[in-house]
Design a protein around this ligand. Sequence first.
Ligand code: KIV
Ligand code: ZN
Length: 519
Amino acid sequence: MTIVTDQQSIIIFDTTLRDGEQSPGASMNLEEKLRLAEALEAMGVDVIEAGFPIASIGDFEAVKAIAERAKSSVICGLSRAKEADIQRCADAVRPAPRHRIHTFISTSPLHMKYKLQMHPDAVVDAIRHSVGFARNLVEDVEWSAEDGSRTEPDFLCRCVEAAIAAGATTINIPDTVGYGVPTEYAELIRSTMERVPNSDKAIFSVHCHNDLGLATANSLAAVQAGARQVECTINGLGERAGNAAMEEIVMALKTRADIMPFTTNIKTESITKVSRMVSSITGFTIQPNKAIVGANAFAHESGIHQDGMLKHAGTYEIMTPESVGLTKSSLVMGKHSGRAAFRDKLLQMGYDDPDKDTLNKLFTRFKEIADMKKDVFDEDIAAIVDDTAMRSADRIQLISMEVKCGTVHRPPHAHIEVSFDGDTIVTDASGDGPVDAIFQALRDAIPQHTTLELYQVQAVTKGTDAQGEVTVRLEEGGKTVQGQGSDTDTMVASAKAYIHALNKLLVKREKTVPDGISV
Ligand code: KIV
Ligand code: ZN
């Protein structure tokens, strides 16, 4: 089923679950993918690229499970220009009421010569065949010219015409390596749409990477040139420097509607919640000065700015914090607060109404935190949700731990009890410091060949009783994963973060794209 769009509305195609998950370090398990897909649909995403079904059994199952639960969003899967890929993709997306196959092949001289080792004529034949094959399986087919921005314009037009003739309903011209600049990229989109005789039979789409920090600018320039679909990710997650950030595209269109009269279906009030969810799932912290979703994006520190803000918020704010779903950081409640008040707070913060079981788990954890911490803030609640609800399906879980360290002449020691697929494992280890001892105990408990690449601690809120949020990055055989954990005890947060990363590694170990071709 093809999406019908009028001239002024822009289709938001989110690829956090596919291109975003390809980020070094990011990987998601099935439960996390389902939770994110549900949030993306609820926030009004038109097309969700749910994964690359041929990449692994896990990817196939995840795309299929997302498709089975989808209601309004189009569920899309990626495939190379090969029948086996396309068939697998069709099988995965088919359960969704609205579904799409996205097939691609490289079209730039460099990619065709070195990566594909194919003559341009053979590439055009492959386009005709792959798009035609896909179109026989589903009605909604997107074709992408990988490395489109470095493709010779005449050849690009030839490929696009062939793809549309074979049945493609969306044509995507990616800036795969983030090489384009806004004027040049916009011109490429404009001239391709003008020159290709059957261009009116397809919607033109853009997919920009951020290698030069121009992904959002290039996407917006392309929209002004005629593109009506923008491919993007939450928090700009994606290969290398990432993709165009959805929150930036959507808020730029909303804030500057005076010169860009376009609308999207995104409920912008969901942006902060979904951004936090992606950060917590992937373990990728958001830089404080990140546009729209960074912790400082609506903070005013200097006296002059604060004075201006008190007189009129418009002096230094071009959009309201509420428009992106940011509620003022407020004192929530303490240890005497009840379950109903806690549930109300979750709803007020934009979370879905939890089922009884989840509410019980969250409330128990809230009580534990409230016992250890005088004041519980919104940020603490967000950390509790991330840590408790999101990790319940993980294969490795922390049961208990004890660490001994101090000025005594004994090496720091950690005693850890974890469960792995339901089996309990207990280990003891010493280390150069308490964190080293914890990580050593976890290395002994779970078979792995990992190297610790990053260990980072930051406080969730102010104060000495603040929860510590730890980020851990592990590398194994060229694959990297990140994990996050929070707790009022930084040692416990460290163990949780390491375990979170190990759970991601279990997912990542399964994933290989056949023929060693990456996207
Ligand atoms: O960056 C890219 O070119 C891609 C395509 C597969 C659309 O991700
Ligand atoms: Zn990409």
